[in-house]
Design a binder for this molecule. Structure first.
Ligand SMILES: *[C@@H]1O[C@H](CO)[C@@H](O)[C@H](O)[C@H]1NC(C)=O
Length: 188
């Protein structure tokens, strides 16, 4: 009895992992791709729960940009609705940030569209565009956070938390684009 229990406890996990590699293939790619991302656990959380395809480096780059876009849009809505009842200084920072997030959304949309239309003969050029635009999106997000220096701590804290999260997923998206570039292009 004790021996059986020992067997089950210690060997069942190995049996499972040996028996089911194929079912987990996309998740394995998510895992191995997130390992060296800027924010690995956030990468894992956002991409392993992603509802679309994640089976190739190209899927992952698109998925990561889509996650960034969704969060940037959501943060933008939050900024717009949090203007009421704020001081002039706070409203100014919020309104600047709304503009910067709109630019960021713009850059990420362009990137997503580029990733959806990758072609073999222009791959390197397109990947270079994607890197440039995601970097620009990241800069807009950082600028937004910086604009809250000297603003009421509560307001700043709320905004900072939201936008920093957007910047972290954006940074992970940039990493996935680099990985796609290094993976050798469209055939992977
Ligand atoms: C992660 O980084 C380490 C150290 O640079 C490297 O040895 C490893 O191959 C990388 N793994 C992946 C999956 O990129």
């Amino acid at each position: 009895m004790a021996t059986t229990l020992f067997f089950l406890l210690f060997f069942t996990p190995f049996l499972y992992s040996a028996a089911a590699p194929n079912h987990n293939a996309p998740q394995d790619l998510v895992r191995s791709s997130c390992i060296n991302a800027s924010y690995p656990s956030l990468c894992l959380r956002t991409l392993s729960s992603y509802s679309g395809p994640t089976g190739t480096p190209r899927d992952l780059a698109q998925a990561a940009v889509k996650v960034g876009l969704a969060r940037a849009r959501k943060a933008s809505t939050y900024l717009k609705t949090s203007v009421t009842g704020k001081s002039e200084r706070e409203r100014a920072a919020l309104s600047d940030c709304v503009e910067q997030m709109a630019e960021s959304v713009d850059e990420l949309s362009k990137t997503l569209s580029e990733l959806k239309h990758l072609r073999g003969e222009t791959f390197e050029f397109q990947m270079s565009n994607a890197r440039t635009w995601v970097s620009a999106a990241l800069t807009y997000e950082d600028t937004c956070v910086d604009g809250f220096e000297g603003v009421d701590r509560k307001v700043k804290g709320d905004v900072k938390k939201k936008i920093t999260n957007v910047a972290m997923v954006t940074s992970n998206a940039l990493y996935m684009i680099r990985r796609l570039d290094e993976s050798g292009g469209l055939n992977r």
